[in-house]
Design a protein around this ligand. Structure first.
Ligand code: ADP
Ligand code: ZN
Length: 730
């Protein structure tokens, strides 16, 4: 039970301000509950906070100010407070930052009221179309039935509010009074259930039993693409809804498509609450409130949906659990997969980790008996896993500046002529990764970062993939000033598209690369068009690997299967293995069998051989043995420390000072490596230095890290970030 404080009682309040402690206030008139969201004075400002506990006291009480007001929001539940505390301890994040993650809802404390909303009206077209009017209608049509405030609609369309008002006058846009924050429609767990196969229903039964137990448990749901994992976990969601508890389905942002939401809607008869970057502020606020009040039964969202204030969360599904985008790489450095397990364990909830190619972490947790595992071994219906073959590039004589072998080109031609789709996969954005001067050998780099600029021909610019800085392609070499001697080296997807256009002049070619689209929504729209048959040849970066259906696709050609094997990243082999299998899994999803061809210069490399043979368990065991021997995750623990500063001397000095005071780490048997210049030694003008800490799995790493880092006082322009279980080593 949450404690109630009487008026005037001393309470300690956690605010979203970057302070390293809680602040004491007096409870307001009428008192307040522990967990209440409140507004408090801080200097001249008013800020939002949560009543965390009773006050500390111990100073002049006459000076303590009062809480201004209690906000109209459900108080934070105890388990949420515990979740934030544990997540903060695990990731070494200040509590204020955790609270910011948990309160990403505008107008949190505003009272319920009526508001004016805008949606598509009954009149089809205005008397006269202008481009501004077209934009407004396009936004409304894009979002289906969603309503907007005037400001939101105008901003999203990039027009002034008077354009919207003009359309209202003509009935093209409707203006309505609507209560804020309505509950989401009830979902019907019995609606349109499919007849599961024996294997699927066994898996669904296991997951449902877990949900019905009302106890914590994590299950790995492994199955090849198209085996019905989604059908199966939606059954577990149905069980959760029947039990009257809330469910959360997490997906990588890019997989949160209209197609997926429609599928959920078809299954349960209504749309779930959504939580991702494309959700409007109005919907965000509604989702946050309704999740807290129980007016949202199911949330489908990206990783931050984990921090919503669920009233009674019974199930978390993490789909594509191996996906690296679950790791947030700026701000609070957390892995949503691991945090989902933490949250569920505090909530007597179940976790389902779904993947065709699980992370080694999850695989090892199954081996260790911590997670259960259910498996779907075959694709649904007629579809079979594609055949996989290597193309030995040593035997293909490719002219320079060509990347598609004769063997691969022949296979593509067959597909195009049969009206099927072919996908060429190359995990490199842009036209060419390097631009070199043929006169002096100079490679064009970014002024702000220690990185080479990548040519993007469609934009006619060079771009830095670290900081996003762009500049025009110069006519003369910036180093030796020779004219017209700059040349692109190596392929990116744009350059590959040029080669494809030469080889298949009549084919419709589509490029899927995140930088070619203004928004995640535009990209998703393009993916859907392609899935519907809108292209013959698809050229894509890794975004194509992420759980999307391309029913007409029967051939996947991997341009450079060796690309991922070169990195120094400890997960290089695992990533290559997963990515290649995911990409290959795109082929042959409907009734036609698929083929995956991988161009490689090292067909006898163990990773390539494991991919081709499909002997997954053998691959995992070999990979696990190597990691175990090296004492690295998941068999040991790691933390990455990145120091950055505009001052190169300072950043190395601090790194050395830290390396000279490692006593707290040695006490737990941890090793420290570095300081060393980070692989990308400069980003946005800040010099970067890394230290790496390695410890045994059972060592109390976080405490030791805090003690270690706490020994120094840091210059104000130096930033220090601690990354527990780092995924990225740049
Ligand atoms: P996964 O999530 O493993 O990729 P899906 O659940 O998306 O697999 O299933 C692949 C396709 O097969 C989907 O179109 C799905 O609707 C269909 N499907 C899977 N199982 C069944 C079933 N038992 N009955 C009817 N359709 C099914
Ligand atoms: Zn840069």
């Amino acid at each position: 039970m949450l404690h109630h404080f009487d008026e005037g009682d001393l309470v300690s309040v956690l605010t979203t301000q970057p302070l390293d402690r809680m602040l004491d206030y007096k409870a307001p008139e009428g008192g307040c509950f522990q967990g209440a969201f409140v507004e408090v004075p801080l200097g001249p400002r008013k800020v939002i906070g949560v009543v965390w506990d009773k006050g500390e006291g111990g100073y002049d009480l006459a000076k303590v100010r009062s809480v201004i007001r209690v906000l109209d929001a459900v108080p934070m539940r105890e388990e949420m407070a515990r979740f934030l505390t544990k997540a903060a301890e695990y990731t070494l994040t200040p509590m204020s930052a955790m609270l910011r993650l948990a309160t990403r809802s505008p107008g949190l404390g505003d009272p319920p009221s009526m508001r004016v909303i805008y949606r598509r009206g009954t009149v089809d077209a205005p008397d006269r179309w202008t481009s501004a009017r077209e934009k407004v209608v396009a936004v409304l049509d894009d979002f289906g039935g969603l309503a907007f405030t005037l400001k939101e609609l105008a901003e999203m369309a990039g027009v002034s509010t008077s354009v919207v008002k003009g359309l209202v006058a003509q009935g093209v846009v409707a203006e309505e009074q609507s209560p804020r924050d309505l509950p989401y429609p009830r979902l019907d767990p019995e609606r349109s259930r499919v007849a599961l196969t024996d294997e699927q229903s066994g898996a669904a039964r296991t997951l449902s039993d877990g949900v019905e137990s009302r106890r914590y448990g994590t299950t790995l749901l492994k199955g090849v693409t198209g085996s019905g994992k989604t059908e199966v976990y939606l059954e577990a969601v149905a069980t959760c809804l029947r039990a009257g508890r809330q469910a959360l389905v997490l997906l990588p942002e890019i997989a949160l498509t209209a197609e997926f939401l429609t599928r959920v809607e078809d299954r349960f008869g209504a749309r779930p609450a959504e939580w991702h970057s494309g959700v409007t502020m109005t919907e965000r606020r509604r989702a946050w409130k309704m999740v807290a009040e129980g007016g949202a039964e199911l949330v489908v969202g990206a990783r931050s949906a984990l921090f919503l204030p669920y009233r009674d969360l019974g199930l978390i599904v993490v789909d594509e659990e191996h996906d690296t985008s679950y790791k947030q790489e700026d701000g609070v450095l957390y892995n949503a997969r691991d945090m989902a397990v933490l949250r569920a364990s505090l909530n007597d909830a179940q976790v389902v980790l779904a993947s065709a190619t699980p992370s080694l972490e999850s695989w090892a947790n199954v081996e260790a008996g911590k997670y259960a595992r259910v498996e779907l071994t075959s694709r649904f219906g007629e579809a079979v896993m594609p055949e996989m073959r290597a193309i030995d590039m040593r035997a293909e004589s490719l002219p320079s500046n060509r990347w598609i072998s004769e063997t691969l080109a022949r296979a593509v031609r067959v597909r195009v002529e049969a009206d099927e789709q072919a996908l060429l996969f190359l995990n490199r954005r842009g036209y060419a990764p390097v631009t070199i001067c043929r006169a002096c050998g100079h490679q064009i780099g970014c002024d702000q970062c220690d990185a080479r600029m990548v040519e993007h021909r469609f934009q006619r610019r060079l771009m830095c993939h670290q900081c996003g800085e762009t500049k025009p392609i110069p006519a003369a070499c910036p180093s030796c000033e020779a004219e017209d001697r700059l040349a692109p080296v190596g392929p990116g997807v744009e350059r590959l598209a040029e080669e494809v256009a030469g080889l298949f002049p009549d084919a419709r070619v589509a490029i899927l690369s995140s930088d070619l689209f203004g928004s995640a929504r535009a990209l998703k729209a393009q993916i859907e068009e392609i899935a519907g048959g809108g292209a013959d040849i698809i050229i894509g970066t890794q975004i194509v690997a992420k759980g999307h259906n391309f029913p007409h696709l029967t051939l996947v050609g991997v341009i450079d299967a060796d690309l991922g094997l070169q990195g120094s990243d400890l997960r290089a082999a695992e990533r290559t293995f997963q990515l290649m299998r995911q990409v290959a899994g795109r082929a042959g999803r409907a009734e036609k069998p698929g083929l995956a061809l991988m161009q490689t210069y090292q067909p006898e490399h163990p990773v390539i051989r494991a991919i081709l043979s499909g002997e997954e368990e053998a691959f995992w065991r070999a990979e696990a043995a190597e990691r175990k021997a090296a004492g690295v995750p998941p068999y040991g623990r790691m933390a990455g420390i990145v120091l950055s500063s505009p001052d190169v001397q300072e950043v190395f000095d601090v790194g050395k000072a830290l390396a000279a005071r490692t006593e707290p780490l040695h006490r737990i048997g941890a090793q420290v490596f570095g300081p060393a210049a980070a692989p990308i030694a400069r980003i946005r003008g800040r010099h970067r230095v890394r230290l790496l800490v390695k410890a045994e799995k059972s060592a109390p790493l976080q405490q030791a890290l805090s003690a270690w880092i706490g020994q120094l006082k840091y210059p104000t322009n130096l930033r220090l970030s601690v990354d527990i279980d780092p995924q990225s080593f740049l």
